[in-house]
Design a protein around this ligand. Structure first.
Ligand SMILES: [Zn+2]
Length: 262
């Protein structure tokens, strides 16, 4: 959680939130955190007496910025997450102190309070999933993926697949044929492979490789190095029928893939 950071695009101030998120949907009946009436006025007067200056408080339901302040026309204007409506004296002192010299120590106390109350922060809306288009001009990745999943994985791979976007054109020294995003379970294949000169068995090998990443997630070795293509992964990859043929094609035709128009 960040302090004093206004993220671009954050919504304009809302009116004082009256009821916060349910603490835990598993708990029945759900516990609800109610923001007391006039909480912002109470906070303002407490901060004002600690700081000995005029203070305004606006309560927010922000997901990112828990505390921010600025001076406006001779007064200190705080924007505080509504979790602070119930803050006790030490936290109030930290909020007041945060505007002064010893910011770091006070910031830690605020961070700690935010951590203890993080259930009150509304969850961020899930990021919209990037659209994936598996159907290319030449190769249909969805069909290739489904065939491989049935033949080699008993249908156990759960991923979405699509062509990657074209980058800037021109000669390259290497390209990444495919990539697998573990968190989203998404496979993207380099668009240079969607070419009539690229045989289907080569595209299949690349897709197979990315599918293997789901069953062989990255490991960390004894000295802390991240192992992405460990011995198990490489052994499984070599078991792909046509592996040698695809590798030989790659060696002989890599220049086709490297010389790309965008
Ligand atoms: Zn890989």
């Amino acid at each position: 959680m960040r302090q004093l950071l206004l993220f671009p695009g954050e919504l304009a101030p809302r009116s004082e939130p009256r009821v916060a998120v349910e603490l835990d949907p598993q708990v029945r009946p759900p516990r609800i955190h109610v923001v007391p009436d006039g909480a912002s006025l109470v906070l303002a007067s407490r901060l004002s007496s600690l700081l000995r200056e005029r203070v305004e408080v606006e309560l927010t339901d922000n997901a990112w910025t828990m505390v921010s302040y600025r001076r406006v026309q001779g007064r200190l204007r705080f924007r505080l997450h509504h979790m602070f409506a119930r803050a006790h004296e030490p936290v109030m002192r930290a909020l007041a102190g945060f505007t002064g010299r010893n910011r770091r120590a006070h910031g830690r106390a605020i961070d700690e309070y935010v951590r203890q109350n993080r259930e009150l922060i509304r969850p961020l809306a899930p990021r919209p999933q990037a659209p994936l288009s598996p159907c290319g001009r030449v190769h249909d990745l969805a069909e290739i993926y489904a065939g491989l999943n049935a033949r080699h994985f008993d249908g156990s791979i759960h991923a979405r697949i699509g062509w990657g976007r074209r980058g800037p054109g021109g000669r390259k020294r290497s390209i990444k044929m495919g990539v697998y995003f573990h968190d989203q379970k998404v496979i993207r294949i380099h668009p240079a492979l969607d070419d009539a000169r690229v045989p289907r068995y080569f595209v299949e090998m690349v897709v197979f490789h990315e599918m293997l990443h789901q069953i062989h997630p990255p490991a960390v070795d004894a000295v802390g190095r991240r192992i992405v293509h460990g011995p198990d992964f490489r052994a499984a990859e070599r078991r792909f029928p046509g592996y040698l043929r695809a590798r030989a094609w790659e060696k002989a035709h890599l220049h086709l893939l490297l010389r790309q128009r965008s």
